[in-house]
Design a protein around this ligand. Structure first.
Ligand code: SF4
Length: 102
C-alpha cells in the first residue's frame, strides 16, 4: 500500500526522470562523419559512399534503416543510434557495427 508520504516523494522523482528523458531527446544532435566515434567505425551518411577496401564487411543494401541499432521508426530519415552514443545517424548511412534488424 502506498502511503501519502511515499506518493509525495515518488511523484517529483518520476517527474524529474521524465524531464531528463525529454531533455536527452531534445538535445540529440546529428552525428558528424568527423566525430571520433564515427571515424572509428567507418560511418558514412550515405552507405553507397563506403570505401569497400577500408570496410570489407560492407554489403550493398545494408544501411542504418535496416540495422538493429537504429532506434528510429520505419521511414525516419534520422534517428538515434545505440553505437553512436545516441547521436542521430542517417537512415541511409552505414558503419562497421551494422547488425541485421531482427
Ligand atoms: Fe548505422 Fe547501425 Fe552503424 Fe548505427 S550501428 S551507424 S544504425 S549501421
Amino acid at each position: 500500500m502506498t502511503t501519502r508520504r511515499q506518493f509525495v516523494i515518488t511523484l517529483p522523482a518520476a517527474a524529474l526522470v521524465l524531464a531528463a528523458t525529454r531533455t536527452t531527446f531534445a538535445q540529440a544532435v546529428k552525428l558528424e562523419e568527423t566525430d571520433p566515434q564515427a571515424v572509428g567505425l567507418g560511418y558514412r551518411h550515405d552507405a553507397t559512399k563506403v570505401d569497400a577496401k577500408k570496410s570489407p564487411t560492407y554489403v550493398a543494401g545494408r544501411n542504418c534503416a535496416n540495422c538493429q541499432l537504429f532506434l528510429g521508426k520505419t521511414g525516419e530519415a534520422w534517428a538515434a543510434c545505440g553505437a553512436m552514443g545516441g547521436k542521430l545517424v542517417n537512415a541511409k548511412g552505414w558503419c562497421l557495427a551494422w547488425v541485421a534488424k531482427a
